[in-house]
Design a protein around this ligand. Structure first.
Ligand code: ZN
Length: 289
C-alpha cells in the first residue's frame, strides 16, 4: 500500500468517525428545532406540539412518523431502531396527554406503555397544530394526494372538491379503497347523486362540520370521527327532511394517516443523518359478520 492510499484510507476513516459522531450527538431536541425552523409558520406558545415521553436530550438513532403512538407502533418503531416517535395524535388517551389520573389509578395499560418507552429509551413528540397550520396543510396535502383528488380541489378552499357526478355508495367505496380502510360508515341514501364533497379529516368538531354542511351546494361531508349525537344526528335529520346531504365516517386514523406518510418525506429533506421512516398506525376496527 502506497503512502497516498494510506493517507486516503486514514482520511476516510476519520470522515467515518466524524460523521458517526455527528449522528451520535443529534438529539431529539435538535431535530425538533429543525422542524420548528422549517415548518414555515411562527411557533405558538400555546400548543400540543410538545414532548410527551422520554428525554429530549436522547441521541436519535432514527425517526418514526406516525398517526398515533399506539403501543403497537412503539414496538414496531423500536424494532426498526427508530427511537424518536413523531406522532400526530395523543399517546396517553386524551388531547393534552395528561397522565396524573392514570398514575393515580395505577392504570395497567398506561404503566406498560410507560415502561416500554423507558426501557427502549424512546422519545415521543407530538406534531399536530403546526403540521395543520402549514400552508398548504401537511395532513390535507397527504390525504388529497392519496385520494388522487388534486384536480378536483377548489382553488379558494382546499377542503372542497367538485367530483364528476357519482353516487354516495360509489364515493364511499372509492374512499375506502384508496385510503385502505376496513370499516367505513355512511349516513344517507346510497343512490344519492353528488358532485360537491367536503373533506374534514380527523375530529374537527360539530361546529366545523355544520358550517361546511350549511353551504347549500355541499352534498357530502367526509370526516374522521365525531360523537354520534352531534354531526351524525344532524345529517340523519337532514336526510329525513329530504335534503340532499350525506356523511361518510372514515375513522380518525385512516382519515389523516397519509398526511403523516407525507411528513416523513418532508422530514427527509432536512434530517439526513439518521433514517426517517413512516410507521403506519393500524386501524383499530374490524367488521363483525
Ligand atoms: Zn389532525
Amino acid at each position: 500500500m502506497g503512502v497516498t492510499s494510506r493517507i486516503s484510507l486514514f482520511l476516510l476513516a476519520t470522515a467515518a468517525i466524524v460523521s458517526g459522531q455527528q449522528s451520535a450527538t443529534l438529539t431529539a431536541q435538535q431535530i425538533i428545532e429543525r422542524i420548528q425552523a422549517q415548518v414555515g409558520v411562527p411557533w405558538r406558545s400555546q400548543t400540543v406540539d410538545t414532548f410527551k415521553a422520554g428525554d429530549p436530550a436522547t441521541r436519535v438513532t432514527g425517526v418514526a412518523t406516525t398517526m398515533m403512538a399506539t403501543y403497537d407502533v412503539l414496538v414496531r418503531a423500536a424494532a426498526q431502531g427508530l427511537n424518536l416517535i413523531i406522532t400526530h395524535e395523543p399517546t396517553f388517551y386524551s388531547h393534552l396527554d395528561q397522565t396524573a389520573e392514570l398514575e393515580k389509578e395505577n392504570d395497567a395499560v398506561w404503566a406498560d406503555k410507560e415502561r416500554f418507552i423507558k426501557e427502549h429509551h424512546l422519545v415521543v413528540w407530538r406534531f399536530h397544530d403546526h403540521w395543520h397550520m402549514r400552508r398548504p396543510d401537511g395532513i390535507t396535502t397527504g390525504v388529497v394526494r392519496q385520494l388522487q383528488w388534486q384536480k378536483f380541489q377548489s382553488a379558494t378552499d382546499p377542503s372542497l372538491f367538485v367530483l364528476p357526478e357519482t353516487t354516495l355508495a360509489s364515493l364511499a367505496e372509492q374512499m375506502k379503497e384508496r385510503l385502505g380502510i376496513q370499516v367505513v360508515r355512511v349516513v344517507g341514501n346510497p343512490q344519492m347523486k353528488l358532485t360537491k364533497v367536503g373533506l374534514a379529516p380527523g375530529a374537527s368538531g360539530p361546529q366545523r362540520h355544520r358550517s361546511m354542511l350549511q353551504r347549500n351546494n355541499l352534498d357530502v361531508l367526509a370526516i374522521g370521527e365525531v360523537p354520534e349525537w352531534e354531526t351524525i344526528e344532524y345529517v340523519t335529520d337532514a336526510v329525513s327532511e329530504g335534503k340532499n346531504k350525506a356523511l361518510i365516517l372514515l375513522g380518525h386514523i385512516p382519515s389523516e394517516q397519509p398526511g403523516m406518510e407525507y411528513c416523513a418525506e418532508w422530514l427527509k429533506t432536512f434530517v439526513k443523518e439518521v433514517p426517517v421512516e413512516f410507521v403506519k398506525t393500524r386501524e383499530p376496527f374490524w367488521l363483525a359478520k
